[in-house]
Design a protein around this ligand. Structure first.
Ligand SMILES: Cc1cc2nc3c(=O)[nH]c(=O)nc-3n(C[C@H](O)[C@H](O)[C@H](O)COP(=O)(O)OP(=O)(O)OC[C@H]3O[C@@H](n4cnc5c(N)ncnc54)[C@H](O)[C@@H]3O)c2cc1C
Ligand code: SF4
Length: 351
């Protein structure tokens, strides 16, 4: 790739098959981290994964310094991760690091870096993941109880996404593993069950404050592609330099796609996710605590009745899942009802 431009969108994948095998989409994130580590641009990277401790599912964010560990941490963890607190601990670390984080976490990390020059000097690059919603730990605790999975014997949970499919691989302490359908589990997430509260009002999904933002790419062409690709947006000088150097050394395959083209293709999802007025009205209708700042922000935005119904259903499921009996009720229901609910929410969001 001859020219890589800041704030343009590319698609690509890591040239390393083992990285791709363990990654969520094209293995671009793990590929960039591995490259920076082997080229000694960084000494370590803060990465995250889902684990199980004392019968409860949770997440860890750790500073790792080997390619084996980077591959171990590859994949998407749909859970709240403690990235910020791990970045705060860099005060005591002597070396250069890369950080992988979600858009909301990056905003908090940038604030921290602006106020802490010592840590700022150690963070060489921030890689942001596209994100349109996350869940709390309880999501897994409840889902695994429903699926009769023994949470006590879990050593790691790895999620491998496909376009309409994917797997949740539950690795056990005795080296065995079980697999669940990501699609079936994802219906609970789409329906708003155990959604993270911050996500209810989130409207920035492409990690604007990262040095490189990475997400999936599910256009018809890439859905059918034998090799899964990632979307990649370099957003700073270092982001461009790393991708260019990786491409020159064939460490990654990268092709131009175009940000305008991406936005055009995903405009319905973007319209649904960026309009706060519909959410504000839905929150009022479903008795969800509203935020005054949101009211100000969405004054000039347009109204879409389908989106209001879609958000109302999402908020209702969220509220029900927050109560003790509601939570039991949702998981006692045959999964077919949650699927129908999620499909309805999705269909309405596309109008
Ligand atoms: C909660 C969540 C929601 C997402 N939503 C979307 C979406 O709507 N659209 C879209 O296009 N893409 C979304 N993604 C991003 C997508 O799933 C892939 O992570 C992205 O395409 C990168 O793939 P990769 O193969 O290059 O990364 P990999 O090589 O698999 O590496 C992923 C890296 O991210 C780190 N990581 C994983 N989860 C977390 C986390 N929760 N917090 C911090 N670090 C983490 C891992 O430790 C690893 O280093 C989401 C990811 C998450 C975690
Ligand atoms: S949807 Fe927004 S608030 Fe929720 S995890 Fe993703 S970036 Fe953070």
């Amino acid at each position: 790739m001859k020219k890589i431009t800041v704030n343009e969108l590319y698609v690509g994948y890591s040239s390393n098959e083992n990285i791709r095998k363990n990654s969520s989409s094209g293995g671009v994130v793990t590929g960039v981290l591995t490259y920076m580590l082997t080229e000694k641009i960084i000494d370590g990277a803060i990465v995250s994964k889902i684990i199980s401790k004392d019968n409860k599912v949770s997440a860890i964010s750790e500073l790792v310094s080997s390619t084996e560990e980077l591959i171990e941490f590859a994949g998407s963890s749909y859970i709240d991760t403690p990235v910020l607190s791990t970045v705060k601990r860099l005060d005591a670390y002597d070396g250069k690091v890369a950080v992988v984080a979600l858009p909301c976490q990056i905003r908090a990390i940038r604030k921290l870096l602006n106020n802490n020059k010592k840590i700022n000097k150690k963070v060489v690059i921030i890689i942001g993941l596209f994100c349109r919603g996350n869940v709390t730990n309880r999501f897994y605790d409840d889902y695994f109880v429903k699926g009769k999975i023994d949470t006590g014997s879990i050593s790691k949970i790895k999620i491998k996404r496909g376009y309409l499919d994917g797997k949740v691989i539950i690795k056990k302490t005795n080296e065995n593993h079980e697999e669940l359908s990501f699609k079936k589990m994802n219906f609970y997430r789409i329906a708003g069950i155990h959604a993270k509260t911050l996500c209810l009002w989130c409207h920035e999904h492409l990690a604007n404050e990262a040095d490189i933002s990475v997400g999936d790419i599910f256009t018809p062409e890439y859905r059918k592609h034998e090799i899964k690709h990632s979307s990649i947006i370099p957003r700073s000088k270092i982001g461009v330099e790393i991708l260019k150097s990786m491409s020159d050394k064939n460490a990654t395959v990268i092709k131009y796609f175009g940000l305008a083209n991406y936005i055009k293709y995903f405009r319905k999802i973007e319209n649904f996710g960026s309009n706060l007025k519909n959410r504000y009205i839905a929150a009022k209708l479903t008795g969800l605590k509203n935020n005054r700042r949101i009211k100000q922000k969405c004054k000039s935005q347009s109204i879409n009745v389908f989106h209001i119904i879609s958000w109302s259903l999402f908020f209702l499921n969220y509220r029900i899942s927050k109560t003790k009996y509601g939570r039991c009720f949702l998981y006692k229901m045959p999964s077919f009802f949650i699927k129908a609910n999620a499909v309805f929410i999705k269909i309405l969001s596309r109008f």
